[in-house]
Design a protein around this ligand. Structure first.
Ligand code: SAH
Length: 206
């Protein structure tokens, strides 16, 4: 899988080694385990999917681009859409502290089970509507949103530290990754990157 990511154009060694360090097959149903190392989104129940490795690698490489490795290893980051917990495990290998929010109770609990054997001391899972973020823990040095809203969630923009990056798919049928950089208390720079295909970012909990 790492060779495929390199071919795809991911050159960030920290991202490659974080992804290579997590067994993706242990986050999906046994019947799908043989496909866990293909670059595909796979079903994880509740009509949700584990994201494609190339997409996760692209998003992580984009948010960490300006970070020196010592800064990265101390960074406090937020993931919206825990799903099965795979990306949270990858992020735990890159960052100091990882918070991940999921709105579907069954997935939140399943992610907890999937992550337990990895004994990652720096990951905190929360159940709730991630569009609200985690104001009690903010500001974050990076935010990664794994589901597509029609716009960038306002509350999350305000939970970015100055200089932090946020990456999120935006759109409905047609989506594109948006990379946001908070340049001051009142300014955010948004760059639209490549097209994407994510499950929708929904309101409330289930
Ligand atoms: N990163 C995940 C993939 C997540 S798929 C992994 O590695 O498996 C996107 C997830 O976002 C789904 O589980 C979906 O339930 C969740 N989601 C959608 N809207 C949300 C919201 N408002 N708050 C939190 N999670 C949300």
């Amino acid at each position: 899988m790492i060779d495929r990511l390199r071919e795809y154009g991911i050159h960030d060694e920290a991202v490659l080694s974080a992804i290579g360090g997590v067994e993706r097959h242990s986050f999906v149903d046994q019947a799908l385990a043989s496909r866990a190392y293909e670059d595909v989104a796979l079903p994880i129940g509740h009509e949700q999917t584990i994201s494609r490795p190339t997409v996760v690698a692209t998003m992580l490489a984009a948010v960490i681009a300006p970070m020196k490795s010592d800064v990265r290893k101390r960074a406090k980051v937020l993931e919206i859409g825990t799903g099965c917990g795979w990306q949270a495990a990858v992020m735990a290998r890159l960052f100091g502290e990882v918070y991940s929010v999921e709105r579907i109770r069954g997935l939140h609990e399943n992610a907890r089970k999937n992550l337990a054997p990895l004994r990652l001391a720096n990951v905190r899972l929360a159940f709730g509507d991630g569009r609200e973020g985690l104001p009690q823990v903010a500001p974050f040095d990076a935010i990664v949103i794994a589901a597509a809203g029609m716009e960038l969630p306002e509350a999350l923009m305000h939970q970015m530290a100055i200089g932090a990056r946020l990456i999120a798919p935006v759109g409905g049928e047609e989506q594109a990754l948006h990379l946001v950089e908070r340049t001051s208390e009142d300014d955010w720079r948004v760059t639209v990157l490549e097209g994407a295909r994510f499950v929708p970012l929904r309101e409330g909990t289930a």
